[in-house]
Design a protein around this ligand. Structure first.
Ligand SMILES: Cc1cc2nc3c(=O)[nH]c(=O)nc-3n(C[C@H](O)[C@H](O)[C@H](O)COP(=O)(O)OP(=O)(O)OC[C@H]3O[C@@H](n4cnc5c(N)ncnc54)[C@H](O)[C@@H]3O)c2cc1C
Length: 471
């Protein structure tokens, strides 16, 4: 990696010429501080940028990158900063490019079923806009209300609907991007097929700002699903709950749109945080939340009767059906606010993000439980059980010093992640690698890691794009 240059007053003047005074934040410690961290863990995973730039269009970004590439200045693209792997933390300082002013939905094309959005669009704004037109963007994560589309694409975000609709990659048809040397290119577009050589769009998705800056994104839309029903199934213990996921999907003969898992500790904390009580809260060891979609009430009823029977056969304590918005919201609020619920009780709670084949979920849960006992650390777990993606969240013992906890929690999460990879899974299912998991990436991907690194070097020879992330 080349030596990075310091930001001089001459460079700041050049940025101001491109963006005007309002688009350049420099020498304002309090404001710069807002761009120094994401949601990974403020205190110990943060680094100040030297300058924050707020462009309004692609041409401005192209000019910024030309300067940065010529001067060897690190560039860290930043979405909403909701990431959980430190990917938008500028660990080498330099420039943070924030997309908060590039927040327009440029087009909803009802003929081609494509939305075209700037990277700073809040994901929920896009979901809401397309739903007004009877359409659906199925790639949204649980952080839908805060994260940006650009961040979702750059992390290849997942969410609760992956079992039915796939993760963000499945919904990205193309993008306009600015390469590190400032060249503006378009990969893919409004087409759904393209067998002309390597799929660069797919390479860009999940690249965590290390290859290019996305300035416009083409997203796949589908018709809005008719009706939904949510089932809540409490189980006596976590193994019985989690062991039901595979058989439920296999035996109910209808693909659910979500199967979420949440353990008892998470429910108790979430219940206090959200002021909601779930049935069997004091007795259940864990819950599954299952969602189905259907054309009408009759179809949904026949689906949930089959699923309910499968769950009762699988030793669910009961199965509760939420077929109206109020009851559904009650169930989903606890799951959606899972992390906030835990952090309200213990703020120093990092979040793991392992994925395994669904058949291995009971084994990875057992491994988490053994590690919890070995280290005497409480590890609540929730996750997108339908696709094998679990989030263990080790909670800091009250008496432990922060610095000791940082090392210990990293050790705990690394152990779990390596086990997941050994079971045929991966060290990140949806949050990405950032700088927090880069050693794990190297350890578990071998030849793939080498190929990734040579692609990075070919596209960004000066290494200015989000340095210190992934590699
Ligand atoms: C409560 C909570 C719940 C969450 N739930 C989920 C979930 O269900 N599923 C999930 O996948 N994640 C989840 N996350 C993690 C996070 O929301 C996602 O990783 C999200 O995709 C990050 O988007 P962001 O806009 O905040 O990006 P940031 O965190 O700002 O950045 C993430 C990465 O994207 C890059 N980037 C951003 N914009 C661009 C661009 N225009 N061009 C190039 N690179 C860019 C950055 O450089 C960085 O590498 C959750 C987080 C929280 C706090």
């Amino acid at each position: 990696m080349a030596e990075f240059a310091k930001i001089t007053s001459r460079v700041i003047a050049e940025f101001e010429k491109i963006l005007g005074n309002n688009g350049v934040i420099f020498n304002d410690k309090d404001t710069l501080e807002n761009y120094a961290h994401d949601e990974t863990g403020g205190e110990y995973y943060s680094h100040m940028p030297d300058v924050v730039l707020k462009p309004e269009n692609t041409e401005q970004i192209s000019k910024i990158l030309k300067i940065a590439n010529a001067e060897c200045i690190p560039i860290t693209p930043r979405g909403a900063g909701s990431g959980l792997a430190g990917a938008s933390v500028p660990i080498f300082g330099g420039v943070v490019i924030s997309f908060e002013k590039m927040n327009k939905i440029l087009e909803v094309d009802k003929t081609n079923l494509v939305a075209v959005a700037e990277p700073g669009v809040v994901t929920n704004d896009l979901c809401r806009k397309v739903s007004e037109l009877g359409l659906y963007y199925a790639g949204y994560p649980m952080s839908v209300e805060t994260s940006f589309i650009g961040g979702n694409v750059a992390t290849n975000a997942g969410g609760s609907k992956v079992i039915k609709y796939g993760n963000t990659a499945h919904h990205v048809l193309g993008m306009e991007a600015v390469l590190p040397d400032g060249e503006i290119v378009q990969f893919g577009g409004k087409r759904r097929k393209d067998s002309s050589g390597y799929d660069i769009t797919r390479l860009m998705v999940g690249s965590e700002g290390t290859l290019a800056v996305f300035t416009k994104i083409f997203l796949n839309l589908i018709p809005l699903p008719g009706k939904t029903v949510d089932l809540l199934a409490p189980f006596g213990d976590i193994y019985t709950a989690i062991s039901n996921v595979g058989p439920l999907i296999a035996e109910s003969k209808t693909l659910p749109s979500a199967v979420e898992f949440i353990d008892n500790t998470s429910v108790i904390l979430g219940s206090k945080y959200n002021n909601i009580t779930l049935p069997f809260q004091e007795k259940a060891g864990a819950y599954l939340i299952i969602q189905y979609e259907g054309r009408d009430k009759a179809e949904l009823e026949s689906i949930y009767e089959k699923a309910g029977k499968a769950l009762i056969d699988g030793k669910a304590m009961d199965v509760f059906v939420a077929d109206n918005r109020t009851n559904s919201e009650k169930i989903w609020r606890i799951r959606r606010n899972w992390l906030e619920g835990i952090k309200a009780f213990e703020p120093h709670t990092p979040t793991g993000d392992v994925v395994v084949p669904t058949s291995e979920i009971p084994q990875i849960m057992e491994c988490i439980s053994e590690i919890s006992k070995e280290y005497k650390v409480q590890i609540p777990v929730a996750g997108h059980a339908a696709d094998g993606n679990l989030h263990p969240a080790p909670m800091k013992p009250k008496s432990m010093e922060l610095e000791d906890w940082k090392n210990l929690s990293e050790e705990i999460l690394s152990k779990i992640a390596i086990k997941a990879a050994q079971m045929g899974g991966a060290v990140s299912g949806e949050h990405g690698i950032g700088f927090v998991k880069k050693e794990l990436l190297k350890k578990t991907k071998s030849k793939q890691y080498e190929i990734m690194k040579s692609l990075k070097d070919a596209i960004d020879p000066n290494g200015i794009m989000n340095p210190g992330k992934l590699f």
